[in-house]
Unconditional design. Structure first.
Length: 250
């Protein structure tokens, strides 16, 4: 039996991935901050799923959880999915929330990878996956720290992809567009090409299985965002200053 540990696995993309891997016969470990969400989401098949009430910004607790889960059958796959976004997209950022975002979206990935490598390097195999975002390709208005942390995750994984090949460990970065989750439910603006969470999980699992270095979706939306990333930045700033695409508020 293969084993996967998923951070932020009690809602949204993480929950759908957990259910998908359970259906495929994997042993699944989850962490989240709310045990009630776990109990509501996983009423059956408790034999093959383990829950740890851990905040990913707590390095020691997260390392202990992953080590405990991996103790019996090892760890084949780690998916660092936990993340937070801005509830309100304002021109002047909420700095307290921005600092928390760095701890969850960036350091949470690092802590999870660190714990997984403690298991994977000695075993000589494994795969690390981080959920970034297409928001990481450009500095988007109103979500400064979110774009920054997702960009950092993208480049962090790119480096690890090069470094960890010698240990037979694959590294995959997933960059979704808008996915229908509790995180995006608070958005008051339009969300083009919105993808249902179960569909997103299937696409992500397929990319993981193929061990892609980077997978951005949906394809057309991701292509637009990538095109914007290679524009001269004066052109990009002029485009993003248009009211139709600039969602930040005063």
């Amino acid at each position: 039996m293969k084993a996967v540990f998923i951070t932020g696995g009690t809602t949204g993309i993480g929950m759908e991935l957990a259910k998908l891997y359970l259906l495929r016969g994997w042993k699944v470990g989850l962490c989240g901050r709310d045990p009630i969400k776990f109990q509501e989401s996983f009423l059956t098949d408790r034999e093959h799923v383990s829950f740890y009430p851990v905040d990913v910004s707590d390095r020691t607790a997260l390392k202990a959880a992953i080590a405990d889960f991996s103790r019996v059958i090892g760890l084949d796959l780690l998916i660092a999915n936990a993340g937070i976004g801005y509830k309100f997209k304002t021109k002047v950022p909420d700095f307290d929330w921005s600092y928390k975002m760095v701890h969850v979206n960036l350091l949470g990935v690092m802590y999870a990878f660190e714990a997984a490598l403690d298991v994977m390097i000695p075993s000589g195999k494994g795969q690390l996956v981080a959920i970034s975002s297409i928001a990481g390709y450009n500095g988007l208005p109103g979500v400064s720290a979110y774009s920054a942390t997702k960009a950092a995750v993208l480049k962090y994984c790119e480096s690890l992809h090069l470094d960890l090949r010698k240990f037979n460990i694959a590294v995959t970065t997933i960059c979704p567009g808008f996915v229908e989750t509790p995180l995006t439910a608070t958005n008051t603006h339009s969300m083009p090409f919105l993808v249902p969470a179960p569909r997103a999980a299937l696409l992500i699992a397929r990319a993981i299985e193929k061990k892609k270095m980077v997978y951005a979706f949906p394809f057309f939306f991701a292509s637009i965002v990538r095109f914007l990333s290679i524009l001269p930045r004066t052109w990009y700033r002029a485009f993003m200053g248009l009211r139709a695409v600039n969602y930040s508020k005063e």
